[in-house]
Design a protein. Structure first.
Length: 94
């Protein structure tokens, strides 16, 4: 993992720390409004360098390194899809 990715992980962890308890008890996965809000916050952080994270696999790898998503494959996949769709929409692709 490069310096950029490490900085993104740190920024994501700082910004979405409020969702950490919801992720650990599983309620983040079932509350679509919380999930969408979390994904939107992550997309805002990634937006300036989204061309470097242009696919879901790269997003999943980045999210897997965060404290929010560590060891939760379902959360990683759902958030990656939401973040990817948000980034695509903001860049006129969706």
């Amino acid at each position: 993992m490069g310096v950029l990715e490490k900085n993104l992980v740190r920024a994501i962890d700082t910004r979405v720390a409020v969702f950490k308890a919801k992720a650990s008890d599983g309620s983040l996965l079932v509350d679509s409004m919380l999930m969408t809000t979390c994904a939107s916050m992550i997309a805002d952080i990634i937006m300036p360098c989204c061309c470097m994270l242009c696919n879901k696999t790269k997003l999943e790898a980045l999210l897997a390194e965060t404290e929010l998503c560590s060891h939760n494959e379902m959360l990683i996949k759902k958030l990656a899809l939401l973040v990817y769709n948000d980034l695509a929409r903001c860049n006129g692709l969706g």
